[in-house]
Design a protein around this ligand. Structure first.
Ligand SMILES: [Zn+2]
Length: 136
């Protein structure tokens, strides 16, 4: 049976998740443009930061749920489990998920650092090659 406490717990978990995104974005000076809700849950549209800021802001929501899970596990295992699942599910790298954004921003960060031309050799290719690179 689904109780009012269950729905309150869901609401608190989602609120903590989104608040972590907003607060972390504020640390990087990123303004919130829009707040909304879809069948998948609430969402926030914010200004884009650099790739590293986007990775940290995207990870903040799921991380907040994992921290909440650990902090509340002894008080309510079901609330803790719900937050653990919420945090980990948001890290799953699908389109428009926090995990998907983390992966795409890490790729952008890698591309931006790989595009730095080598100072001593102008024949270096300007387009990064796939695979692991090492700057020396
Ligand atoms: Zn999120």
């Amino acid at each position: 049976m689904v109780t009012a406490g269950y729905w309150l717990g869901c609401f608190i978990s989602l609120l903590v998740h989104e608040a972590a995104h907003v607060c972390t974005g504020a640390v990087f000076g990123l303004r919130v443009k829009r707040v909304g809700i879809t069948w998948r849950g609430p969402y926030i549209v914010r200004e884009q930061g650099d790739a590293l800021a986007n990775v940290i802001v995207s990870a903040a929501g799921p991380l907040a749920n994992v921290v909440l899970a650990v902090a509340t596990w002894r008080l309510s295992a079901s609330f803790g489990l719900a937050n653990l699942v919420l945090g980990l599910a948001n890290l799953w790298p699908t389109r428009n998920s926090d995990g998907g954004r983390i992966i795409s921003e890490l790729a952008r960060l890698r591309r931006s650092t790989a595009n730095v031309p080598a100072a001593s050799d102008e024949s270096e290719p300007q387009v990064p090659l796939p695979g692991v690179s090492l700057r020396v």
